[in-house]
Design a protein around this ligand. Structure first.
Ligand code: MG
Length: 446
């Protein structure tokens, strides 16, 4: 049976092949926006920079953006033809592998619980992708990453659902055929000796929790997604890449996976809790220095630029790219050289975990996700202040309040057009980048 991810890939690739190798092929705005042709045209106007949000009709929006998630976006001020940000919001059903059902990896429509009668698990998913050098990588990741996560979770859904300890792992080199839970490894040949006290302590420390299995599944999904983009770039000669920030809610915990310079913060009772780190040439200088030593094919003469060239937002890996983690960029080379950038650009995200069941959340507690277009010009504190002001000015049962908060954040970071440039209220330059923002409420959903 063709899996869901393969079916979608096939559909996507089929479309690309039919239309040649244009990297812009398949470009669209997020599906949940449901833009009409006229609205699409308005959203693409660099001179007006209209702020775009989902339908104001509540029943439709609840179906397309469950949890009353707020979302808003705006196109850049002319730095690229298209809006290179992409966003995704899905509920995905993960069926057990041995199930006879054909719904493995099914994308669930609407905010409904399907997990009680069926054999599997459901996860909620939000993601932002910030593309560069074209839109193709971000578009593909927005359409596929959640399905790769679903495929990876299928391998462990039995363990997660049954609540069993993870399958035994033979630690023969340390413990003479003893498994991770202290029993004899079924695949071990030869004599078996029970673990000593120190070995038991070692085994206890090595026991892999469900949380770590899920983190591993998400990391693998990012790797699979990166390989998928590589195959497409080789087949069609396309270029470009994207930063990826994905949030998965599964079994009472929120997993925040970040590869790039987008950011997630939690605002809980007015307090700001960072949920991600940005990965830039400056923040990963040490990892880059280690890699350059390990990269045997680079000669000293090849290094025409410093490893980290420039400072702050202008810092680039060998004067070429401003982020050190992300998807794609398989064809990218250092300027005027044959050195591939990819070894320095990791596709593996940092995954942080927030255990939502440990806290009681108020009606104004939210997670804010934003691409760097937001965070370049507003601080965490300013974002929290805007969100708190907007949410407290609305009735708690107003379903539109999280969208209003997202719109206000985009407005605050875009600014208004004064003469030739976009300006903030303090007259500083506004963000000329694409800006995309999710505001995810936690009250009543976790
Ligand atoms: Mg950006």
């Amino acid at each position: 049976m063709m899996t869901r991810v393969k079916a979608v890939v096939s559909q996507l690739v089929g479309g690309q092949a039919a239309a040649g190798s244009s990297p812009q092929l398949g470009y669209s705005r997020p599906v949940f926006l449901q833009l009409s042709p006229e609205e699409r045209e308005q959203a693409a106007d660099h001179s007006r920079r209209n702020i775009v949000s989902p339908s104001s009709e509540s029943a439709r929006r609840r179906l397309l953006l469950p949890w009353d998630t707020g979302y808003a976006e705006v196109i850049n001020a002319g730095k690229s033809v298209f809006n290179e940000d992409q966003a995704a919001r899905e509920i995905v059903w993960v069926e057990r592998r041995n199930s006879n059902s054909s719904t493995a990896g099914e994308v669930v429509k609407g905010d409904r619980s399907t997990g009680k009668e069926r054999d599997g698990l459901e996860f909620h998913y939000w993601a932002l992708f910030d593309g560069h050098a074209g839109t193709a990588a971000a578009v593909m990741a927005a359409r596929l990453l959640h399905l790769h996560i679903s495929e990876q979770l299928q391998d462990i859904v039995d363990i997660l659902q049954d609540g069993d300890v993870p399958p035994p792992i033979c630690l023969t080199s340390h413990t003479k055929g003893v498994t991770g839970n202290g029993a004899k490894c079924p695949s071990h040949e030869g004599d078996w000796e029970p673990p000593t006290d120190s070995e038991s302590r070692f085994l206890l420390e090595k026991e892999i929790s469900h949380e770590h299995l899920i983190i591993g599944a998400i990391e693998n999904a990012f790797r699979q997604m990166d390989q998928q983009i590589e195959r497409e770039q080789k087949a069609h000669g396309s270029q470009g890449g994207c930063c990826a920030l994905a949030v998965v809610y599964l079994l009472g915990k929120i997993y925040i996976a970040n590869a790039g310079d987008s950011r997630a913060i939690l605002i809980r009772n007015g307090e700001i809790i960072p949920l991600s780190n940005e990965f830039t040439p400056e923040s990963e200088r040490q990892r880059l220095q280690y890699l350059i030593l390990a990269y045997k094919t680079i000669e000293e003469d090849d290094l025409k630029f410093p490893l980290v060239y420039g400072e702050g937002k202008k810092a680039r890996v060998m004067a070429t790219i401003g982020v050190t983690r992300g998807l794609g960029d398989h064809n990218l080379k250092v300027h005027c050289s044959n050195i591939h950038i990819k070894p320095f650009l990791s596709c593996i995200p940092e995954v942080k975990v927030y255990n939502v069941t440990k806290y009681e959340h108020g009606v104004d507690d939210v997670i804010v996700l934003g691409t760097d277009g937001l965070w370049d010009v507003v601080s965490n504190r300013e974002v929290a202040d805007v969100v708190t002001r907007v949410l407290s000015s609305c009735q708690p049962d107003d379903l539109n309040r999280f969208t209003l908060a997202a719109q206000n954040l985009v407005m605050r970071s875009r600014g208004i057009l004064k003469g030739p440039s976009w300006r903030l209220s303090n007259d500083r330059l506004g963000s000329g980048d694409d800006i995309s923002v999710f505001v995810i409420p936690l009250y009543g959903h976790t």
